[in-house]
Design a protein around this ligand. Structure first.
Ligand SMILES: Nc1ncnc2c1ncn2[C@@H]1O[C@H](COP(=O)(O)OP(=O)(O)OP(=O)(O)O)[C@@H](O)[C@H]1O
Ligand SMILES: [Mg+2]
Length: 294
């Protein structure tokens, strides 16, 4: 196993207020696997990624990475872990605006102290991996959003870490650029053998992973393989579920109309709506269980 997360809890304290961001979460990731983390805003995805990445401390529970319990690491061990074992692509891009693409990709290497020549050779290689050889001397402001995100991928790969953590790498991008980024991450996973955990709201991105884990209220609610790899029957089943959801959406619209026309009372409206929405959420959950985002 590359990563084993056991009974992880994270409580943030602001004054007297406690926010339980992660609540007894369990998760295992095999070496070479690509995992998509999906789930509503505020469900704890970034918190989880930051703790796995050694950027934030767990309140309780353990995380073992390649057999070492990082939750017990001394500060110095944690620094080395962050430099050598994980590459992090952040939810908000953190390229340095005054440095070129190549310099940004090189930055993480400087701390490790390889020779200048070795660093330059490796930067060229990585910039090539993400298809930016023509743009290597451009600064972030002179690159498109998708290109900037590719520089972030190159920087995350700089020290050849075994694990890549990507927090919404396609978040700000249009669908064409998003699919390019996902293709590069797939390539990094398949060809370079990196273990990847990617947080995403993008159904297409999630489907390209080996497994989709849905996080809700700080725990893993469902863990599925994308539907493409499942039997045809389940695709038909998914179609049936989708039809039923569309049907419920139609009924909800009709209910709105009836309420506007005054043909149902306020109480009837609320009751009808609650029931339909409950059924809808069960159907959507079932789709998620099949690995389909809706
Ligand atoms: N540094 C912090 N201090 C206090 N509360 C925090 C902190 N970071 C996150 N939280 C809270 O913890 C919960 C989980 O946040 P997190 O950022 O992990 O969610 P997320 O799933 O990544 O959401 P999104 O999809 O919006 O990025 C939220 O309620 C958030 O407000
Ligand atoms: Mg987040």
């Amino acid at each position: 196993m590359a990563i084993v997360v056991k009974d992880l809890n994270k409580i943030y304290r602001i004054g007297s207020m406690e926010i339980r961001a992660v609540r007894g979460l369990n998760l295992t990731v095999k070496e070479g696997e690509m995992i998509a983390l999906i789930g509503p805003s505020g469900s704890g995805k970034t918190t989880l990624l930051n703790i796995i990445g050694g950027l934030d401390k767990a309140t309780s529970g353990s995380i073992t990475v390649f057999g070492k319990e990082i939750t017990n690491f001394e500060p110095q061990e944690l620094v080395e872990y962050r430099r050598q074992t994980v590459g992090h692509i952040f939810q908000t891009l953190n390229l340095i605006p005054t440095l070129t693409a190549a310099e940004n990709a090189k930055l993480p290497m400087i701390a490790l102290g390889a020779s200048g020549e070795e660093q330059n050779r490796r930067v060229d290689e990585l910039i090539d991996v993400v298809g930016l050889s023509e743009r290597k001397n451009h600064k972030p402001g002179e690159l498109s959003g998708g290109e900037q995100q590719r520089v972030a991928i190159a920087a995350a790969l700089a020290n050849d870490p075994a694990i890549i953590l990507a927090d919404e790498p396609t978040g700000e991008l249009d669908s064409v650029n998003a699919s390019i980024i996902v293709d590069y991450l797939n390539k990094v996973n398949k060809e370079m053998g990196k273990t990847i955990i990617m947080v995403t709201h993008d159904p297409t991105a999630a489907r390209s992973a080996d497994r989709i884990l849905r996080i809700q209220d700080g725990v893993v609610r469902t863990d599925v393989e994308p539907v493409e790899s499942q039997a045809k029957d389940s695709v038909n089943y998914a179609d049936i579920l989708k039809e039923r959801i569309s049907d419920i959406d139609r009924q909800l619209e009709e209910l709105d109309d009836s309420f506007r026309k005054g043909s149902v009372t306020g109480d009837e409206f609320v009751e009808g709506q609650t029931k339909l929405k409950q059924t809808r959420s069960v159907l959507v959950d079932e789709l998620h269980r099949l690995g389909i985002l809706y």
